[in-house]
Design a protein around this ligand. Structure first.
Ligand SMILES: Cc1ncc(COP(=O)(O)O)c(C=O)c1O
Length: 404
C-alpha cells in the first residue's frame, strides 16, 4: 500500500488567494450591480511592451523554418540571454557574475520553491515574518519545518524574523543560527527595502556562521532610491554565501509569459562541493528549459527599445503606488512601502484584524486587497494593496476608501 508525503498535511488552511477568490465570488453573486476593484493579487495588467511583442513574433517565425527551428534549449538557458543578463544586470552594476553562473528558468516561484532541494533536510531555515508563503510551504513539503502550531501560527523548527513597524519592516539578525536565510527586497508583502549597508551586514553574518542567503530580487526594477541595492552581489563577499532569484514578471509583465533566472556563483561551496554543480544537476535532470520564443522575448527586455518602454511601464505602476500611498496617508491610515516597491502595506484601522478589514473594504468600498495574516503571524492587523491595477481603477479605489 502506498503512502503519501505526510508533510503536505502539515500545511495549514487553504491557499490565501483561493480564500480571497471565494469571498469575492460570493460577494459578486450577492451584489451583481457593484463594480469591484481588485488591488489584491500581485499580477500585472499592462500589455507586453512592443519591443517584446516584436521579438516574440520574430521568434515564432524562426520556429516555422527548418533552418531556424529550435528544439530543446541548452540546460542553463540560451547564451544570448545569459550573456545579456550577466552584462546588464551584473557587470554594468559592478557585480562579478559570469553568464555560466546564471540558470534561466520559467520564473522565480519555481526556483524559490525548488532551490531548497539541494540542501539537507536537517538545515534550519530563517524567514521574515510576514513572508512570501512559497519559501515556507516548500520547506514544509520537504520536511524541514517540524509541526505547525495553531496557536502561534508558526512551524516549530523555523526561525521567524519579525518585520514590524518598530524595525522598519527589516529583519534583525536572528539569535538562533540558521543554515538557510530567505530574504526578499524590495519586499513582498511589506514593500520595505534595506540599504546596501544593511544587506552587507547580512552577507558578513552569513559568511561568518556558514549560512546561505537565498535573495529574492523579484521587485528590483521598482527601486528608485540610490542607497537600496539592486543585487546582493553589490555586497562584498556575497559570492561565497548568496544565491539570487530574478523574475521577468514584475519588471516586464511576464506573469503569463513565464521567465526568470537564478544566480549560483561558483564560489559558493560546502566543503569541496559547489552549489552550482548541484543546481546544474537538478536543473538538467528535472527541467527542460524555458521556451526559445520566451527567451528571445527576455532578450528584448534588455534592448534599448525594450528598456525605454519598460521604464515607462514601471513608472505607470509607480504612479499607482504613490497614488495609493498618498491617498491612504491623507485618509489617516498608517502606511508604508510603495516607494521602491509596487506594494503598499497598511495597518488595519480601529483594531480590526486583517480579515475583518478585508471584509469591511470589500463590503463598503468594493475594493479587494490582501489580508496581511496570509503572509504570517506578524502580518495580522496589516493589509496589502498592490499598484498593478489600472491608474483609473487605482484612483477610484482610493477615492472610495477616502469616502468611508
Ligand atoms: C517575492 C516573490 N518572488 C517570486 C515571485 C514569483 O515570480 P514569478 O512570476 O517569476 O514566478 C513572486 C510573485 O508574486 C514574488 O512576490
Amino acid at each position: 500500500m502506498y503512502k503519501i508525503n505526510e508533510n503536505y498535511l502539515k500545511l495549514p488552511g487553504s491557499y490565501l488567494f483561493s480564500t480571497i477568490g471565494k469571498k469575492v465570488r460570493a460577494f459578486e453573486a450577492a451584489n451583481p450591480d457593484k463594480k469591484i476593484i481588485r488591488l489584491g493579487i500581485g499580477d500585472v495588467t499592462q500589455p507586453l511592451a512592443p519591443a517584446i511583442i516584436e521579438a516574440l513574433h520574430s521568434a515564432v517565425d524562426e520556429m516555422s523554418q527548418a533552418e531556424t527551428f529550435r528544439g530543446y534549449a541548452p540546460d542553463l538557458g540560451y547564451e544570448f540571454l545569459r550573456n545579456v543578463i550577466a552584462q546588464k544586470d551584473y557587470k554594468d552594476r559592478g557585480c562579478a557574475i559570469e553568464a555560466d553562473e546564471i540558470f534561466v528558468s520559467d520564473g522565480a516561484k519555481c526556483d524559490s520553491g525548488n532551490i531548497q532541494e539541494i540542501f539537507s533536510v536537517d538545515n534550519k531555515i530563517a524567514v521574515c515574518d510576514p513572508v512570501y508563503p512559497v519559501y515556507v510551504d516548500t520547506n514544509v513539503m520537504a520536511g524541514r519545518t517540524g509541526e505547525y502550531d495553531e496557536l502561534t501560527q508558526n512551524f516549530k523548527d523555523v526561525i521567524y524574523m519579525p518585520c514590524l513597524a518598530e524595525n522598519g519592516f527589516a529583519p534583525e539578525l536572528p539569535t538562533e543560527t540558521p543554515d538557510l536565510i530567505y530574504l526578499c527586497f524590495p519586499n513582498n508583502p511589506t514593500g520595505a527595502t534595506i540599504t546596501k549597508a544593511q544587506l552587507q551586514e547580512w552577507v558578513d553574518y552569513a559568511n561568518r556562521v556558514g549560512a546561505v542567503i537565498i535573495y529574492d530580487a523579484a521587485y528590483e526594477a521598482y527601486i528608485v532610491e540610490p542607497e537600496v541595492p539592486h543585487s546582493i552581489y553589490e555586497c562584498e563577499g556575497a559570492r561565497t554565501c548568496a544565491i539570487e532569484l530574478h523574475s521577468f514578471s514584475k519588471n516586464a509583465g511576464f506573469t503569463g509569459v513565464r521567465l526568470g533566472y537564478t544566480v549560483v556563483p561558483k564560489d559558493l561551496k560546502c566543503g569541496d562541493v559547489t552549489l552550482h554543480s548541484l543546481w546544474a544537476r537538478r536543473h538538467g535532470t528535472k527541467y527542460n528549459g524555458a521556451p526559445y520564443i520566451i527567451q528571445r522575448a527576455g532578450e528584448a527586455v534588455y534592448s534599448e527599445k525594450g528598456q525605454a518602454q519598460l521604464k515607462e511601464q514601471i513608472a505607470y505602476y509607480q504612479k499607482n503606488a504613490s497614488t495609493i500611498l498618498q491617498g491612504l496617508k491623507e485618509a489617516g491610515y498608517t502606511v508604508s512601502g510603495g516607494v521602491n516597491a509596487p506594494y503598499i502595506w497598511l495597518k488595519a484601522p480601529n483594531g480590526m484584524t486583517s480579515w475583518e478589514f478585508f471584509d469591511y473594504l470589500l463590503e463598503k468600498a468594493n475594493v479587494v486587497g490582501t489580508p496581511g495574516s496570509g503572509f504570517g503571524a506578524n502580518g495580522e492587523t496589516y493589509f496589502r494593496l498592490t499598484a498593478f491595477g489600472s491608474y483609473e481603477n487605482t484612483v477610484e479605489a482610493i477615492d472610495r476608501i477616502k469616502a468611508l
